[in-house]
Ligand binder design. Structure first.
Ligand code: FAD
Length: 478
């Protein structure tokens, strides 16, 4: 019997994939809180509009995107999907706020040959930067240093730093290029420049990345092209998707499915300690000691560190070194359509020195009842700088409404709002992260510890990444 720790989307996915792995046997899932879904939480405003507190859209690209869509299909959620197609403004119009103005980012290949503010040159000229820039051999680098060195400071400051705020609520000067832009970094390190490295990779099949090997392992058992939902998504050029009624339908449907298959899901059960013996694992849950053959942890790395600190201090030290940031989320609703343009929203690069990370135009991406819903994200790597240790919700609301009024010129009073402070919600893959994750995995495998890891702390924070990480974790016991 195996225990799964944590009932966020990765823990639930691990339980789902475990159903297909006879070597795992029966499974029990422990969740510390009184609900499932972790950071995925869809609230309703007083008018019935959806206020997503955490994630709202899931990307379709890549193997991980296809894998999630296949999960949706097998849960019979296809009819609930809200696709966001390539030509939808929610996909094609993304903006950044620079020098007190909103600027539309390039959305097509042609745009790269035009001068688009705030840039003073067409972005394709970054190739010349790359070809001229000196080669530096490195184990890893910050995303900021790498893009400044290879593509130019304007791209590092305005584009990469803003995107990093949007995905990680993090600081590009601290985050790892080797983890986040692995292919570009590997191309530079093997070819001297990104451009030459990519060409070499195309012509030299011997340059095989770890990622490709992992992908092959997982795709072996899947043929996503047979999926009718995938066919539809490709045919209609979907870029992202969400779910009617909110993304929380995914963990809800997943847990209903798991319970229908006899998986025991236990709420209000806090995992407190792990002890690994020769042939079994002793897990303490709410003070009660239980024995299992294997454990799959989907807990944030720093929480797992506490559980195994006593027996494996070296492993705990590596886990606890993965930092997290806190994000303030303010959902605001206005009556009618008050936006003067349709878009995904905008991001703010940190050099602008304002206390928000960006604003998402939820009701443009996923149409709501007759109202405009916006989500203001704030804090992240700069939470303490702008808000201190424990700001009031009134402070966050005031910052959010000021940003909406000053930047989007919306002078009306909101008809509904919700303020949430998501403590330590996004792990930060800082410089050296990939090496740290390798050391963690090596420690576990060389000592044959019956523990597999999944979740947002290790291989990416997107919903797709964590679902795929759960599949991988389960296959470790296969
Ligand atoms: C504000 C925000 C916006 C986001 N937007 C997007 C987006 O648009 N698209 C996207 O793809 N991704 C997005 N993400 C990322 C994505 O939502 C997360 O990475 C993902 O939900 C993490 O899932 P998880 O299961 O790994 O972890 P979690 O959701 O953290 O789940 C871990 C679970 O473990 C439980 N737990 C903790 N301690 C214990 C214990 N001791 N014992 C038992 N259980 C315990 C927790 O209660 C929790 O339920 C966003 C994240 C945030 C915070």
């Amino acid at each position: 019997m195996a225990a799964i720790l944590g009932g966020g989307i990765s823990g639930l996915s691990a339980a789902y994939y475990a159903l297909d792995n006879p070597k795992i046997g029966s499974v029990v899932l422990f969740e510390a809180s009184d609900r499932l879904g972790g950071w995925i939480r869809s609230n309703r405003s007083s008018t019935g509009a959806i206020f997503e507190q955490g994630p709202r859209t899931v990307r379709l690209a890549g193997l991980a995107g296809k894998n999630s869509l296949s999960l949706i299909e097998s849960l019979n959620l296809s009819s609930k999907i809200v696709p966001i197609k390539k030509d939808h403004p929610g996909a094609s119009n993304r903006m950044i706020y620079v020098n007190k103005k909103l600027h539309r980012l390039p959305s097509s290949g042609l745009d790269l040959f035009k001068i688009k503010t705030p840039f003073k040159r067409p972005l394709f000229t970054a190739i010349f930067n790359d070809l001229k820039a000196p080669f530096v051999q490195l184990e890893d680098d910050s995303l900021y240093n790498f893009t400044k060195r290879r593509l130019g400071q304007d791209i590092a400051d305005n584009l990469i730093s803003a995107i990093t705020c949007g995905i990680y609520a993090g600081n590009a000067k601290e985050l790892s290029v080797k983890t986040i832009m692995k292919s570009a970094f590997e191309a530079e390190q093997s070819g001297g420049t990104i451009s030459k490295g990519i060409l070499m990779k195309i012509f030299n099949k011997n340059i095989d990345s770890k990622e490709t090997k992992k992908s092959n392992l997982i795709t072996e058992s899947n043929d996503f092209t047979k999926s009718s939902l995938m066919q539809q998504a490709l045919h209609e050029k979907w870029v992202m998707w969400s779910l009617q009624g909110g993304l929380e339908h995914l963990p809800i449907s997943l847990s209903n499915y798991l319970e229908s298959k006899g998986i025991s899901i236990q709420l209000n059960k806090k995992c407190e300690k792990l002890l690994f013996e020769k042939d079994f694992v002793i897990l303490t849950v709410n003070g009660e000691v239980k024995k299992y053959k294997n454990v799959i942890s989907s807990l944030p790395a720093k929480i797992l560190a506490n559980l195994l600190q006593e027996q494996h201090p070296q492993l705990a030290q590596e886990l606890i070194a993965i930092p997290y940031v806190t994000v303030g989320v303010v959902n605001i609703e206005f009556s009618g359509n008050v936006l003067n343009q349709e878009a995904f929203g905008f991001l703010v690069p940190p050099k602008e020195e304002i206390p928000i990370l960006g604003i998402i135009f939820d009701s443009c991406i996923i149409p709501q009842t007759n109202s405009t819903v916006l989500t203001v994200m704030m804090g992240g790597a700069w939470f303490n700088k702008y808000f201190g240790e424990s700001p009031s919700k009134e402070t966050l609301l005031s910052v959010a409404t000021t940003a909406v009024r000053d930047i989007l010129k919306i002078k009306l009073d909101p008809i509904a709002y919700k303020v949430s402070i998501l403590k330590d919600c996004i792990p930060q893959p800082i410089v050296g992260h990939s090496q740290r994750v390798s050391r963690i995995n090596d420690y576990i495998s060389t000592r044959r510890i019956p523990l597999a890891l999944c979740g947002s702390s290790y291989e990416g924070v997107g919903i797709n990444d964590v679902i795929l990480s759960a599949k991988q974790a389960v296959s470790n016991f296969g």
